[in-house]
Write a protein that binds this ligand. Structure first.
Ligand code: SAM
Length: 453
């Protein structure tokens, strides 16, 4: 083992073993240690731990390492329940007690928001826990790959370290019904290698087309809605615009709180489903538009009085288009509720929204929609203090263009009508078994489909 004396430029080499003290757990899940000034990232550790690592990658300004052994363990270190943890790329935090995971995520969000968004860390609330930190995921994607050395087909998730498929027959964070589906796929492997299968469970009472987005943790969903509902009520808004609305989830859940609502979504199939969901759930006081949010939002907002309007934005991981941020800054609705599973792009967009104090950030509430993993959902409540561009005439009229022949019908639609960029941390984009929400949340959709890749 080499000594850890600082050297510049880095004299460290891949394959060397070193002792490190972990000073932080960075966003993404890797612990941070230092060899002198040289930063080394190592997964599956906790702040304060002393560990032996082996360098796997040495770059100019940082390196990566694998954990060899823990010399002084954190009091919050626990035995990971999953036998695939560390190999399979899905989870980063099973080695940490759940309470500790929440602390780690809160610090990461606060640090990131301060660094990228210039946001006061005291505005970031503690992370709302998931009542079920295992067995919660209602959607997973599994792949297959021919394992040449062992002459067998691997079926499972892509490993975090090498891009190969880890062969597995269960996933501890997936709902039990999905594990049944994994076993079904394993028992009936495709004739040739190279499949990509997305397994899902139907949400009760919601129509969701096979390629459309739906939130992937049913256990924390009521809390997500409760928090957004509370923020909307607090604003006193009478109108709601649900941007990136998917199958209409937020607008329909909150429809009774407002006089009128409108939703916009790129995925045309999701919009069809949103209209059906609104009918089925008696949310008749609004309409849904199909197209890009950036193109349609300016016209949509004209239909509502800005000082009485709340806008929910729940964009894909890449965040909002700059033109959409500009629309909000120009029109200045009373409230923007930003929901995101990607804190980095969210921080960038919050920074733009709050520039020159056009909007003021009231609070950021992180929710642990993805326990054991690096991901975290956040809700930000922004208020506009300066009053907006009021549109008194017809301000409470139905949003034009929501049906055939409305004003917005002439707005050109840009982009592909698909959901490849939806917020899917399973990295999917492949086909989903079709289902429509039924009597039972646990009711499975059609048998999983397999796609040759
Ligand atoms: C994170 S999902 C949110 C869905 C919905 N709010 C929900 O809770 O179910 C993001 C959605 O944005 C849609 N989307 C992506 N780019 C878009 C765009 N430019 N304009 C409108 N919708 C878009 C995706 O199809 C996806 O349904």
């Amino acid at each position: 083992m080499q000594s850890s004396t600082p050297t510049a430029p880095p004299a460290w080499k891949a394959g060397e073993r070193h002792l490190l003290t972990i000073t932080d757990v960075a966003f993404g899940g890797d612990g941070v240690g230092r060899l002198g000034e040289f930063v080394v990232f190592v997964p599956f550790v906790d702040t304060g731990e002393e560990v032996e690592v082996e360098l796997t990658e040495v770059k100019k300004s940082y390196g990566r390492a694998r954990l060899v052994r823990v010399l002084r363990a954190s009091a919050q270190r626990v035995e990971p329940p999953c036998r695939y943890f560390g190999g399979c790329g899905g989870c980063q935090y099973q080695h940490l007690a759940y309470e500790r995971q929440l602390e780690v995520k809160r610090k990461q969000v606060a640090d990131l928001f301060e660094r990228i968004g210039g946001i006061d860390p005291s505005l970031v609330a503690p992370v709302t826990p998931c009542p079920q930190p295992y067995g919660y995921r209602n959607r997973i994607m599994i792949r297959s790959q021919w394992n040449k050395p062992e002459q067998k087909l691997n079926i499972g998730f892509v490993r975090g370290d090498c891009g190969l498929v880890e062969d597995l027959d269960e996933c501890q964070i997936a709902e039990p019904a999905l594990n049944e589906q994994i076993r079904h796929v394993r028992a009936h492997p495709p004739p040739k290698g190279g499949i990509k299968v997305v397994l899902r469970i139907a949400p009760e009472g919601w129509e969701v087309p096979r390629d459309s987005f739906f939130q992937n943790n049913f256990f924390l969903l009521p809390k997500l809605v409760e928090i957004v509902r509370g923020r909307l009520l607090d604003s006193g808004a009478r109108y709601l615009v649900d941007v990136y609305c998917g199958v209409g989830f937020f607008a329909i859940e909150l429809a009774t709180l407002v006089e009128r609502y409108a939703g916009v979504e790129l995925d045309a199939m999701a919009i069809k489903a949103a209209r059906l969901n609104a009918t089925n759930r008696g949310a008749a006081n609004g309409e849904f538009l199909s197209g890009t949010a950036e193109a349609l939002l300016p016209e949509m907002l004209k239909a509502f009085s800005a000082p009485a309007t709340s806008v929910i934005i729940d964009p894909p991981r890449k965040g909002c288009a700059p033109s959409l941020i500009e629309t909000l800054r120009t029109v200045r609705p009373a409230q923007v509720i930003y929901v995101s599973c990607h804190p980095a792009t969210m921080a960038r967009d919050l920074n733009a929204l709050t520039a020159e104090d056009v909007f003021k950030l009231a609070q950021v509430i992180p929710l642990d929609m993805f326990p054991q993993t690096q991901h975290v959902e956040c809700i930000a409540d922004l208020r506009c203090g300066n009053g907006g561009l009021d549109v008194p005439s017809g301000a409470s009229e139905p949003c034009p263009g929501s049906g055939a022949g409305g004003v917005l019908a002439s707005v050109p639609l840009a982009g592909r009508l698909d959901n490849r960029d939806g917020c899917r941390d399973d990295g999917s984009g492949g086909p989903l078994p079709h289902y429509s929400g039924g009597e039972a949340r646990m009711r499975l959709g059609s048998p999983p489909t397999a796609e040759q890749t």
